[in-house]
Design a protein around this ligand. Structure first.
Ligand SMILES: C[S@@+](CC[C@H](N)C(=O)[O-])C[C@H]1O[C@@H](n2cnc3c(N)ncnc32)[C@H](O)[C@@H]1O
Ligand code: SF4
Length: 456
């Protein structure tokens, strides 16, 4: 690592998992503003529709969890919540242009597979009976295999899902016990055989950096996983934020692995995955070479939204339902309230349950596309991006201001190659992609980097 580059570029910069980052969301963005943004989204690109449904309940809380999840309450709370979600959907669907097509439906949580599964089928039917779909829409759900017997897996297939993201985390039952998690109810080999026999795509989620995990043990888990040939694997680095989730303090008591050991788990897993034919997408995703995410990456058109990586084909205006869910529209973000009871009450009274959001200016909308292209693909081709956005090259380039001298300096430092047509991160420069993205960020120019962490 070049230490001069490190000291020059290791300065506070946004992570750009969204643009603008969620810390810009504010309560001045109200339900009325969301309503207007939904209406405006009918005239905006991308033209497709993406739906996200948040189911926050979990039968048992994993102590490492960093998701928006709550212990599963009484059955009547779950049913009142799901009825409220259906009501929120019913209120919103008439606002969306009927000529638009669904490209993506995604259920996240929490544990959407731990509630009575008929709700999922009913909600899918609400969407699919209201809109046509693109040719290969992605209808996906996050699955906890600990609560799914064969009948329930078949029910998910019958509800119309074509992709299951299965939370494995680790195959070692001692590791799972340590974090208060139940293992898969069925042998995972049986689950994947069942899903593949019905032509579903399968993702596996893993976490490294938990108590009782070792480099050898995690390598064994990843080796068992690749033998099953899931379409995609994600190796999440355990994010330890006990000030957000107090349960994580219990993991400190069990003893977290040293930083060096955690790093080796990641590197060893990456070696096993690449030696088995998987190719990395971003830092933590591994996919088969023919997977649409890798094809998009090779073509420089990989994209992402709050649901994760996607391609331009599956990208849509994201309309999100349920507590804490974030809608991502062309000119705004809107996030729903947190409280389950408050949500049930507000929706019951006929309100859109908005907590906060952000309205993007035209320049911020363009900056979002430029920044996302750079962050996902490590390169930016201006003409290609304008074409994907359905606007002229002039509109894109004239609409966004940036400091050319800054780019020249970055090229001279060897972190990018740079021409009038294209910007590309060098291998060494990839570490500093956030710095390059920040050149196009109007908010960074106005407010500086006070609120952010350093890239390395
Ligand atoms: C909503 S959960 C998945 C669905 C289901 N609740 C389950 O646990 O299988 C999404 C994923 O986030 C990851 N995750 C949760 N907490 C995390 C943390 N603190 N650090 C890193 N990854 C985390 C886990 O891999 C998990 O599978
Ligand atoms: S990891 Fe999944 S099951 Fe565990 S608490 Fe979080 S959301 Fe719930």
């Amino acid at each position: 690592m070049d230490l001069d580059l490190l000291s020059k570029y290791n300065i506070p910069t946004p992570r750009y998992t969204s643009y603008p980052p969620a810390n810009y969301f504010h309560e001045g963005f109200t339900a009325d503003k969301y309503y207007e943004s939904v209406i405006a989204s009918n005239q905006s690109n991308p033209q497709n529709i993406s739906f996200y449904i948040h189911v926050p309940f979990c039968p048992r809380m994993c102590h490492y969890c960093g998701c928006n999840s709550y212990p599963m309450g009484k059955a009547d709370v779950v049913s009142a919540y799901m009825e409220a979600v259906k009501k929120e959907i019913s209120a919103l669907l008439p606002l969306i242009d009927k000529n638009r097509k669904i490209s993506q439906i995604h259920y996240g949580g929490g544990t959407p597979t731990a509630i009575p599964l008929h709700y999922l089928k009913e909600i899918n039917e609400m969407f699919l009976s209201s809109f046509a779909c693109i040719e290969h829409p992605e209808i996906a759900i996050e699955c906890h295999p600990g609560y799914l017997n064969e009948k329930k897996w078949l029910q998910l297939i019958e509800a119309g899902f074509n992709r299951c993201s299965i939370g494995i985390q680790d195959f070692d039952e001692e590791v799972l016990k340590g974090v208060n998690r139940v293992p898969s109810l069925l042998p995972i080999e049986e689950v994947i055989a069942l899903l593949h026999a019905h032509h579903l795509s399968v993702n596996f989620d893993f976490i490294y950096g938990l108590p009782r995990q070792t480099v050898e043990g995690f390598a064994k888990t990843i080796s068992r996983a690749v033998a099953l040939k899931p379409d995609r694997l994600v190796t999440f680095s355990y994010a330890h934020v006990p000030w957000v989730n107090k349960n994580q303090l219990k993991l400190e008591r069990l003893g977290l692995p040293e930083a060096e050991s955690k790093r080796d788990m990641y590197l060893r897993a990456g070696d096993i995955l690449t030696a088995s034919g998987y190719t990395p997408v971003g830092l933590d995703h591994f996919v088969l070479p023919e997977d649409s995410l890798n094809v998009a990456l090779q073509n420089g058109i990989l994209h992402r939204n709050f649901q994760g990586y996607c391609t331009r084909a599956t990208t849509g205006q994201v309309y999100a339902f349920g507590v804490t869910a974030i809608s991502q529209l062309a000119n705004a973000y809107s996030q729903n309230i947190r409280g389950i009871n408050e949500y049930i009450q507000l929706v019951g009274e006929g309100h859109l349950p908005v907590m906060r959001g952000y309205q993007l200016t035209t320049e911020q909308q363009l900056a979002r596309e430029v920044i996302t292209a750079l962050m996902c693909n490590y390169k930016l081709n201006w003409a290609k991006l304008a074409q994907q956005m359905g606007i002229s090259l002039e509109t894109l380039k004239d609409g966004i201001s940036y400091d050319n001298d800054k780019l020249k300096e970055m090229a001279a430092d060897g972190i990018i190659t740079y021409s009038a047509e294209e910007i590309k991160m060098t291998e060494e420069g990839k570490l500093y992609v956030r710095n390059v993205a920040a050149v196009f960020d109007p908010l960074m120019r106005e407010e500086g980097a006070k609120r952010y962490s350093k890239p390395v």
